[in-house]
Design a protein around this ligand. Structure first.
Ligand code: NI
Length: 185
């Protein structure tokens, strides 16, 4: 298991549309192990493979609270097959946009189709934080970031800040004291 570097905006790879996983092999198992190591270290509650530079439709997640035992979840080729009409708002953050948080409105519930590590298909009805996190991560594998859901002005400001930092060669450090739940992934 290795902790991998997390891509930070404006890295163009974050805009790639990831490729479907075709099989669970040793390389995929290593990728998933590395994603968990990287996600727990960050810390975050979700991670898409593209955030460590791998354009495959793989998402890891763990919504367990600090004092609870870990609940690692893996979603291969996740796809939203139904979204609720009613919405909910959550203050989201992203490991690829460190230390920036903004309220995002999304469907309050979704139905997600995915494959597990045995390549077995599942359907999951999600609401609350799980629904938010799944939508955030599925956005990632489609090259979409949570800042695409906020105002144009706010997005332009955050892009400018991170583009400036990237040019100077400084990567904004992650705030270790933040609750992982803020770093949706
Ligand atoms: Ni994210």
């Amino acid at each position: 298991m290795a902790i991998r570097d997390i891509l930070i905006i404006p890295d163009k790879r974050l805009r790639l549309i990831s490729e479907p996983v075709k099989a669970v092999d040793a390389a995929l198992r290593t990728l998933v192990d590395d994603m968990f190591a990287t996600m727990y270290e960050a810390p975050g509650i979700g991670l898409a493979a593209i955030q460590i530079g791998v354009a495959q439709r793989v998402v890891t997640m763990d919504l367990a609270k600090k004092d609870e035992p870990p609940e690692p979840l893996v979603f291969l080729n996740p796809e939203i097959v139904w979204s609720a009409d009613d919405t909910s708002t959550y203050e989201e953050g992203c490991l690829s946009i460190p230390e920036y948080y903004e309220e995002v409105e999304r469907p309050a519930a979704v139905k997600v189709k995915y494959l597990d590590m045995d390549f077995k298909p599942h359907e999951l009805d999600a609401e609350g934080l799980l629904a938010t996190c799944l939508q955030h991560e599925i956005d990632h594998i489609n090259g979409v970031l949570f800042i695409d859901h906020i105002s144009k002005l706010k997005r332009a400001m955050v892009m400018k800040k991170f583009t400036k930092a990237a040019k100077k060669g400084v990567s904004p450090a992650l705030a270790k004291d933040k609750e992982p739940s803020h770093h949706i992934g």
